[in-house]
Design a protein around this ligand. Structure first.
Ligand SMILES: [Zn+2]
Ligand SMILES: [Zn+2]
Length: 318
């Protein structure tokens, strides 16, 4: 299961109810902050998530509405020193701009409060957790080196205790090895293969996060059958031309992608303050009936073969 908490859902400039792009993806003890628009640190506080273990930041691209919050975050960290190491993953161009912001503007030669690792992203796996992987894939937006992120739980074969009982497998390391796919020799000399006690393969949850993007053709395969897709919807279809010009999507285009790719749940973000939320929602739902428009402090739980669960970590008046 992956949980996503939205901290900022506004496009380009904040609105009264929406902060600039930022969200946290949570899986077990792992946390990834995706994008860090201006004001993100206050949103982190308001959300109750806190700064602990928030040491991995993924940046979709280098536009200011997605990175300016890094400066304030670093400045706060330098007073509190809550973490030892900060990893920032981004494409090369974004990373250069982030380097200027953090080392040029914030630190200006001072020693960073923690080890800051600026990690260049290329297409492919960028992080492996215990039971999931995180990959980056290129997306088309203004400027070079823009990326989306795919979180993917590893496929699993469930352990079937009734089969283990029937085979008289004693509790202990033998069961653990079988769960891990290893054949074992029991104390009585019998050999047991994992196939004898494991059920059919269960695919893990797939969750795709796309930041700003102006074209969806290349995204269909990566989004194929994803359990959750978060993607921008900066415009509505009456301004398709404008969307094309600024390399953004309309709510309709985002919904069409989700439908074409067989995505289970679609969550729209990067909402322009020129629209009413319900109009954006209506445009998307005309194509993808269960589409949602994220608000700041919404939390969504995304899990294979289950309905998405939406809750709020903090009430807002939006
Ligand atoms: Zn943006
Ligand atoms: Zn952008």
């Amino acid at each position: 299961m992956f949980e996503i908490v939205f901290l900022g859902t506004s496009a380009s400039a904040p609105s009264i109810h929406r902060g600039l792009s930022a969200q946290v993806v949570i899986h077990d003890e792992y946390r990834f902050l995706i994008d860090c628009g201006e004001g993100t640190q206050r949103q982190i506080l308001l959300s109750g998530l806190g700064f602990k273990r928030l040491n991995r930041i993924l940046i979709t691209h280098g536009h200011l509405d997605h990175i300016l919050g890094l400066a304030g975050l670093l400045s706060t960290f330098s007073r509190w020193e809550t973490i030892d190491e900060l990893e920032i993953y981004a494409g090369q161009w974004a990373l250069e701009r982030i380097r200027d912001l953090l080392f040029g503007v914030v630190l200006r030669g001072a020693r960073p409060p923690m080890n800051i690792k600026l990690i260049p992203v290329q297409a492919g796996v960028i992080f492996e957790g215990d039971d999931f992987s995180l990959s980056a894939f290129p997306v088309w937006h203004r400027g070079a080196d823009c990326y989306g992120f795919l979180f993917e739980e590893k496929n699993r074969r469930p352990f079937l205790p009734e089969k283990a009982e029937a085979l008289n497998i004693p509790p202990g390391p033998w069961r653990r090895d079988l769960v891990n796919g290893k054949s074992v020799t029991l104390p009585d000399g019998r050999q047991v293969n994992p196939d004898e006690v494991l059920g059919p393969v269960r695919p893990g949850t797939r969750f795709v996060h796309v930041g700003d993007v102006g074209r969806t053709e290349e995204l269909v395969e990566i989004c194929r059958n994803a359990d959750g897709l978060v993607i921008e919807a900066t415009y509505m279809s009456d301004e398709t031309e404008m969307a094309r010009e600024f390399a953004h999507l309309t709510a309709q285009q985002a919904a069409e992608l989700a439908k074409r790719a067989g995505v289970k749940h679609l969550i729209l973000t990067h909402i322009s303050r020129r629209y009413r939320e319900r109009d954006v929602l209506a445009e998307a739902q005309a194509i993808f009936p269960t589409a949602a428009v994220a608000r700041d402090f919404d939390m969504f739980q995304i899990k294979r073969d289950t309905e998405v669960i939406r809750s709020v970590v903090r009430e807002t008046s939006a």
